[in-house]
Design a protein around this ligand. Structure first.
Ligand SMILES: [Zn+2]
Length: 90
């Protein structure tokens, strides 16, 4: 039997930092250095960052295509809410 897709379980204290990294935001600073080192050692967080990055790429691609087709895209706030909802532990 094939297992269901494993649930992502990034460490709660660095979830918001994972988002910033996946969004390509400013990742300087001592806490971010700590976060990056943590990701190298923590498979949960590394997987979560991978998933977030893939997800962001897919969303950006969809957003771009929507604009190219002349449709009204969703707002940055919608996007932010969506990302919040997927990055919070169930
Ligand atoms: Zn972790």
């Amino acid at each position: 039997m094939i297992n269901a897709e494993p649930k992502l379980r990034p460490c709660p204290q660095i979830v918001s930092s994972l988002e910033k990294i996946s969004e390509g935001k400013d990742t300087n600073g001592i806490f971010m250095m700590y976060v990056k080192r943590h990701i190298e050692k923590c498979s949960h967080c590394a997987e979560a960052l991978d998933a977030l990055t893939c997800y962001q790429d897919a969303v950006k691609q969809a957003y771009k295509e929507t604009i190219e087709q002349g449709e009204k895209p969703f707002t940055d706030q919608d996007l932010s809410n969506l990302l919040d909802s997927i990055s919070k532990p169930a």
